[in-house]
Design a protein around this ligand. Structure first.
Ligand code: NAD
Length: 212
């Protein structure tokens, strides 16, 4: 029995890619999984796959940029599993690849809302649930190597990931006395669909030529 056995993890952006791999790894440690994603169809597929492998999994559709949707995840997680011990803030988008002169406000807002505010809202809603049972827990933020050094033509992505690294360091100090460990994962290149993030861009973040 590991220290994770029977505990519950909430994972954002868990329908595919790194998020789904993390879900499988945590399930191997016998954790209950609350799997969330903006893409309902992929989320259902991922949950079926996990259930076929006898994982206790609860799917909840979540756009991480919407704080009220995090509240729904919290309610459903508590109703199904009773407690939350781990938050994995994994959902992220690549943002636009553009020169300095072509920066666009809507594209920036999309990267900021998903990659940065999504992480903030996740912690704001889930950390109180982790604190309330006094068993300690974990917050894992998925940033990027881009957050440790700049990527040319990816200003918004780089800036949001650097912010997630900094936030994680701040939260580690804040939560240490509560027995909550904060980690930040900074992957290099992993073969996923991050380079096709456009598929997940909601209409309000789509830019037209005249938008600055
Ligand atoms: N793949 C890489 O090379 C790489 C490198 C460094 C960091 N990362 C980071 O890893 C994390 C996971 O990315 P990935 O490579 O698995 O990408 P991916 O595109 O394969 O998967 C991302 C998942 O997040 C979901 N998602 C997108 N927008 C969302 C939103 N607003 N709310 C909720 N879910 C949303 C997608 O539907 C998808 O299931 C991201 O934070 C990314 O920045 C990836």
């Amino acid at each position: 029995m590991s220290k994770f056995t029977g505990k519950t993890a909430v994972i954002s952006g868990g329908a595919e890619g790194i998020g789904l791999s993390i879900a499988k790894a945590l399930a191997e440690q016998n954790m209950n999984i609350v799997l969330t994603d903006i893409n309902e169809e992929n989320l259902q597929k991922a949950c079926l796959e996990l259930e076929e492998n006898k994982v206790s999994v609860l799917p909840v559709v979540l756009d991480v940029a919407e704080e009220d949707q995090w509240e729904v995840v919290a309610e459903q997680a508590i109703a199904r599993f009773g407690k939350v011990h781990m938050l994995v803030n994994n959902a992220g988008v690549g943002g636009d690849s553009t020169s300095i002169e072509s920066q666009n406000k809507k594209a920036w807002q999309w990267a900021l809302d998903v990659n940065l505010m999504g992480v903030v809202y996740g912690a704001k809603v889930m950390v109180p649930l982790i604190k309330q049972h006094d068993e300690g827990g974990w917050v894992v933020n998925v940033a990027s190597m881009a957050g440790m050094g700049g990527v040319p033509y990816s200003g918004a992505y780089t800036a949001t990931k650097a912010a997630v690294v900094a936030l994680s360091e701040s939260w580690a100090g804040e939560l240490e006395s509560e027995g909550i460990n904060v980690s930040v994962l900074c992957p290099a290149f992993v073969q996923t669909r991050i380079y096709d993030s456009e598929r997940n861009r909601p209409a309000q973040y789509k830019s037209d030529k005249d938008t600055r």
